[in-house]
Design a protein around this ligand. Sequence first.
Ligand code: C2E
Ligand code: MG
Ligand code: MG
Ligand code: MG
Length: 288
Amino acid sequence: RGKLSGPGAIVVERRADAAPAADAGRPDQNLRRALERDELELHYQPIFRAADGTLAGFESLLRWRHPERGLMSPGSFITLAEETGLIGDIGRYVLFEAARQLAAWQGRKGIGSDEPLFVSVNVSSLQLLGRGLVTDVRDALRRHALEPGTLKLELTESQVLTDPHGAARLLEEIRNLGAGLALDDFGTGYASLATLKRLPFDTVKIDRSFVAGLAKGEDSARAIVRAVVDLAHDLNLAVVAEGAEDAESARMLRDYGCDYVQGYAVGRPVPAHEAERFLTADPRRALA
Ligand code: C2E
Ligand code: MG
Ligand code: MG
Ligand code: MG
């Protein structure tokens, strides 16, 4: 299950925290209904420039506002969406909703920096099959006339390594349309930065396990963060550190040359209307 055969096969890994399949009898029906009833929503976590603490953009993170179970995180339903094929419709919803929200925010004046705000969107492996993603990205960018590079797709190493050549072509196309590309959770898979060089990413996100290691004073985490930053910069890639949970880690990440910092220490994922406070916040507070 979750395994598509044939050339360019992509293996969908089962998440350890996925909900048991027996849940509520027919969870696929529930998830489809959730989409139809607008129970899915995007939350936004701010990403700050390490150098001056100004807001650079947001990562969009999917939530299911379940009528009985409350707010649910994607770990509990993305696998189900992939296994039932609903991920196509859900992924499209996420892409267009994030693009719409980004356009609304970019249209506002005086939001702190001269650089246009970005929003990143997480993409499922299954969205990389077929032509749908390219078409949807093109439509989303055109519909909202977004600034080049400000709508970013986040993909993980395993997603692009299972089919490096097919993936490379697809990513080139998406990049040429004017979307940004970030490699998510970097360091948890097997991608080397040499592989990275062949793929059109503009950003690398250091996985939060290394960032957590910094807080614990692990020398290895410090060495890895510094090495990734240096190599990424040699390859002209921007570096985001994700999962900074305390102010000290955030400062270390800045000192080690990370360009952007994301994490609970500087801002949690919140609904769009709450995220607006980050647009107008005093940058000196973010990474003080
Ligand atoms: P991710 O893309 O690596 O997203 C970062 C995750 O780390 C998010 O979990 C975020 O809430 C969490 N996080 C951020 N800062 C901190 C921190 O300081 N400490 C800790 N402990 N965690 C932090 P979330 O929202 O539960 O999402 C989990 C994963 O679900 C994401 O990992 C991504 O792979 C997937 N996901 C989220 N939204 C979507 C979506 O719209 N589509 C798809 N296909 N996958 C999604
Ligand atoms: Mg992500
Ligand atoms: Mg990540
Ligand atoms: Mg992750």
